[in-house]
Design a protein around this ligand. Structure first.
Ligand code: ADP
Ligand code: MG
Ligand code: MG
Length: 916
């Protein structure tokens, strides 16, 4: 085995190799090599981390030798000495894996300080306060991150001295105060570990490196990877970056900040960010002091602002992507400490895509591909109803857009408990920390009283697309008492509040919200997507209301209209019941005659809305007793009615008696008599008994595999005949009125071509009659659902009868696995997923290997017979990006999904075509 290289200097590492160097490390290398001012340093590889973990948390032999060689290079480059008392070299030790996990692994700053180098630092800078501040930060971070000490051990003494001195901000503390604090910290470490604080810089460095490696397997990092499904193929191990310290806290010509090359909340093409003068990096991120907007720097430090603009331009020109960068200014010199692709909400992603493509920075293809289709869902997030009358209780920074309403909770554990218990919660904190992450997942939105737009809460909420209001300084959060106060108003735990992350407003109670609308940028981007895509995107829609919404989202037709949804409307159910309980064909026909005009007008409305796009209508599918009450319900109803019957008899007798004995009071009895009229009760009993008989007669052991779909259509042809007639008459009526329409009649649950032929025969007969009656020539398609395994196997035969196929992948998945969905999801699927017998829930993510294989075979066989056969998918999978990619690959014509998934499907269809 050849000698592995563990360490790469920033000047030599391959900036493209994020897997090996981590995202932070690779970008530090890349920035160094394109000439940006990065403090010198080196990266220890992620492979070293994996070796370290494999060896039972021991550094592989030779790592520290390489580190020493690189430290020697740093000394040479900076002219400083590591552990040297004259001109001490200090470094930061920073984690970073291939995928950025904000705040997941902690950084140690100012490493290399001890009592000797401290004196050197004081001599060299002539700034005792600065030196002690650096020292106390180092001891604190090292204690916390590398030695695993709890925050309180440091926060306690720190606050105590601050209070004693009456200091509101850290900056008000003197050198002596900081000296005293440092000594308290050193004691705390000694007390906690039983050993003095390590003073040898190389020992410090080795402990720190190991701590970073350990953090890869820490609970926070493991949880994060699980939650975001970060697999080892995506990121495996963390790198360690050792970087020469630069100081933003060396006075008023020093500063530190974070920047976005464009506004990450709106996408606006303007540098955005925050900075603090005379401060060290972590101060901005931790939200300890509230920073100033970068625009203000143009006035305060114009020369440096100009340099910052240049840095921004270079970053975008090089990366062709919005960057999120960290910088520090030490005594007038600007350093870039980190860059990565900016995390933005969907609005900002779409806007920047359109603007970067239009300005030629990226191609349209790149503009489409940089957006994960799934995130478009955010653009359909609710916002506050603009007409609402609520007045804002307090205002904070609009840190992540969207409106959310929920019950206030004051810690992440409670948020998790209540959130998973089904409650909508808003997490309210003074500021958040990485260990609060589980509370974010469970919350609708996040509200903090401290910190800026780049605070932890803001960054994480934006990444998740959850609304966040940060730094609402008017709110006093008291975690222990579980309440927040704003002036006289108290928000207790469990109180409803609404936050608006778009404006920063906070409201008491639930403020009404409205759905978001499409921005012009989204329309532009999706029009590019449609040009790139081959798959058409249709909608599953059952009413003209749904259809209108689907159209506004860009549906090119309706791929599935479920007629039974129309049957379920409250005014129709009695007629449907009549149809079901009918004993004779005449009785049933009577009910169907009432349903015909209703269905016809439903279809007509759909054709009008969708004109001239195709509308695929599925004939009645579910088992008919789905429209009936259950047997046990009926039995109990009947029991009550029978009891009432003897009461009613009693009332009859009472009325008779009173009429004889005291005729004057009969009028008073009238009301009770009409209520408990024994004739009405008898009639009700007869009706219920008839329904019960029908329910018993229709009883099936396994209704989903029973008398439903085309089976029903063939045994009760008058039902399908009514539906077909309604479709064709609606079509004729539209045509007559000049409304172009393209109905497609779809037969569910087909397993053999003979079934399809039988239905096709009625269709032919009805067509002839309707054409004769209306004088209109009808133009429609006839096709079949593919949701039965046998149908797939017989695709050649079905293709002879059908103009189109539509895969019903919900049923097809059940049939392929022989799982019933409800039982699977409620009983064993979660466990199957947990132990990885199945990686995904096949009802959400199309099972490409099994169900997909069947589909692929059926497509091939069907097109052998009819090359122009139109084929689509209308199961839930039709809106899932990975499933859409598969549908593209096997040559489907279209996907059909619910309206809110349409934008996602359009972009996913483009991705599928572009990535092929
Ligand atoms: P994170 O991944 O949490 O952003 P970083 O490694 O970027 O962690 O560091 C945390 C903070 O410390 C950042 O503000 C960063 O700019 C600052 N920092 C890291 N290394 C240095 C350094 N060598 N000199 C000055 N500041 C640094
Ligand atoms: Mg950072
Ligand atoms: Mg089905």
């Amino acid at each position: 085995m050849s000698q592995k290289k563990f360490v790469y200097a920033f000047a030599e590492g391959d900036g493209k190799n994020k897997k090996l160097l981590g995202g932070k490390g690779a970008n530090l290398c890349e920035m160094t090599q394109i000439g940006l001012n990065v403090p010198p340093g080196f990266t220890i590889t992620t492979e070293t981390c994996l070796d370290y973990i494999d060896a039972g948390h021991k550094l592989p032999a030779g790592v520290m030798d390489e580190v020493r060689r690189h430290m020697a290079q740093l000394e040479k480059a900076t002219g400083k000495g590591f552990g040297g008392a004259d001109n001490p070299l200090l470094v930061s030790v920073r984690s970073g894996s291939a995928i950025s996990m904000p705040g997941m692994m902690d950084t140690i700053l100012n490493l290399g300080l001890n009592s000797e180098t401290l004196q050197g630092l004081i001599r060299q800078t002539g700034d005792e306060r600065f030196a002690y501040d650096a020292y106390r930060r180092f001891v604190q971070l090292f204690g916390k991150v590398a030695l695993g000490m709890p925050d309180e051990l440091f926060d306690g003494p720190f606050e105590a001295i601050k209070n004693r001195e009456g200091a509101k901000e850290d900056i008000a503390l003197s050198a002596e105060n900081l000296h005293e604090i440092t000594n308290l910290f050193l004691d705390a470490v000694h007390g906690h570990t039983g050993k003095p604080f390590p003073s040898d810089p190389f020992e410090q460095l080795e402990i720190a490196i190991q701590a970073v490696f350990n953090s890869w397997m820490g609970k926070r990092a493991v949880d994060y990877r699980r939650e975001f499904r970060i697999t080892p193929e995506m990121a495996n191990g963390t790198a360690v970056n050792v970087c020469t310290m630069v100081f933003g806290n060396r006075g008023f010509d020093s500063a530190t900040g974070v920047g976005f090359t464009r506004n990450p909340a709106t996408g606006e093409n303007q540098m955005f960010g925050e900075y603090l003068v005379n401060a060290q990096g972590e101060d901005v991120v931790a939200g300890i002091r509230t920073p100033k907007p970068i625009a203000q720097m143009a006035d305060e430090m114009p020369g440096l602002h100009k340099q910052l603009v240049e840095l921004r331009d270079k970053l975008e020109a090089h990366y062709h992507e919005v960057q999120d960068f960290e910088f520090t200014i030490e005594r007038g010199t600007l350093y870039c400490l980190q860059t990565r692709n900016g995390k933005m909400n969907a609005h900002a992603m779409v806007r920047t895509s359109v603007e970067m493509a239009e300005s030629g920075l990226i191609t349209r293809e790149q503009a489409l591909l940089r957006i994960d289709p799934e995130i478009l869902q955010q653009m359909l997030f609710p916002r506050l109803d603009p007409k609402h009358k609520a007045s804002s209780l307090a205002i904070g920074l609009p840190a992540s857009p969207g409106a959310a309403c929920g019950r206030a909770v004051f810690d992440a554990d409670r948020a998790e408990q209540n959130g998973h218990g089904g409650q909508l919660v808003i997490l309210v904190r003074e500021e958040t920390k990485p260990e609060d992450i589980h509370g974010f997942f469970a919350s609708q939105g996040i509200l903090t009283s401290r910190g800026g737009k780049t605070s932890h809460a803001a960054v994480v909420a934006r990444g998740m697309g959850k609304p966040c209001v940060a730094g609402a300084e008017g709110i006093h959060v008291d975690t222990h008492a579980r309440k927040a106060t704003i002036g006289d108003t108290v928000i207790k735990e469990g109180d409803l509040i609404t936050i608006d992350g778009t404006t920063g407003n906070i409201y008491l109670g639930a403020v009404p919200t409205v759905e978001a609308e499409f921005t012009d940028d989204l329309k532009t981007m999706l029009s590019w997507a449609d040009q790139a895509a081959r798959l058409k995107v249709m909608a599953n829609a059952d009413s003209s209301h749904d259809a209108l919404r689907a159209l506004s989202y860009g549906a090119t037709g309706i791929g599935l209209c479920r007629t039974e949804r129309m049957f379920n409307a409250i005014d129709r159910l009695p007629i449907v019941l009549e149809m079901i309980v009918a004993d004779t064909l005449e009785q049933r026909q009577e009910a169907l005659d009432k349903l015909l005009p209703i269905q016809r007008s439903d279809f007509q409305a759909l054709f009008e809305v969708m004109s001239p796009r195709p509308v695929t209508i599925r004939l009645l599918d579910p088992p008919i007793h789905e429209f009936l009450p259950t047997e046990s319900q009926l039995v109990s109803d009947l029991e009550h009615l029978r009891q009432l019957r003897s009461t009613a008899r009693g009332v009859d007798i009472l009325v008779e008696t009173i009429r004889l004995l005291s005729p004057g009071e009969v009028a008073a009895m009238h009301e009770i008599h009409t209520l408990a009229d024994s004739n009405i009760v008898d009639a009700a009993i007869v009706k219920k008994e008839a329904i019960l008989k029908k329910v018993r007669a229709l009883h099936e052991v396994n209704p989903m595999l029973g008398h439903r779909g085309v089976r029903l259509g063939i045994t009760f042809p008058e039902i399908y005949a009514m539906q077909i007639r309604a479709i064709l008459e609606a079509s004729a009526e539209c045509t007559k009125r000049g409304i172009a329409n393209h109905p497609e009649i779809m037969v569910p649950q087909v397993c053999t071509a003979a079934e399809l032929r039988a239905v096709k025969k009625f269709v032919g007969e009805i067509r002839e009659r309707v054409e004769k009656e209306t004088g209109q020539k009808l133009d429609f398609k006839f096709g079949t659902m593919m949701e039965v395994v046998r149908a797939c196997m017989r695709a050649e035969k079905l293709a002879e009868e059908a103009d189109f196929f539509s895969f019903g992948t919900n049923d097809l998945t059940q049939a392929t696995f022989s799982f019933s969905r409800e039982d699977a999801e409620n009983k064993f699927l979660p466990m199957y997923n947990a132990v990885k017998i199945l990686r995904d829930n096949p009802f959400e993510v199309l099972d490409i290997n099994g169900v997909g294989k069947l589909m692929e075979l059926a497509v091939g066989w069907g097109r052998q017979v009819k090359p122009e056969l139109k084929i689509g998918i209308c199961g839930e999978h039709g809106g899932h990006p990975a499933s859409i990619a598969f549908c593209h690959r096997i040559g489907l014509t279209y996907v059909s999904c619910s309206a809110p998934r349409i934008p996602i499907a359009r972009l996913a269809a483009a991705h599928a075509a572009l990535k092929q």
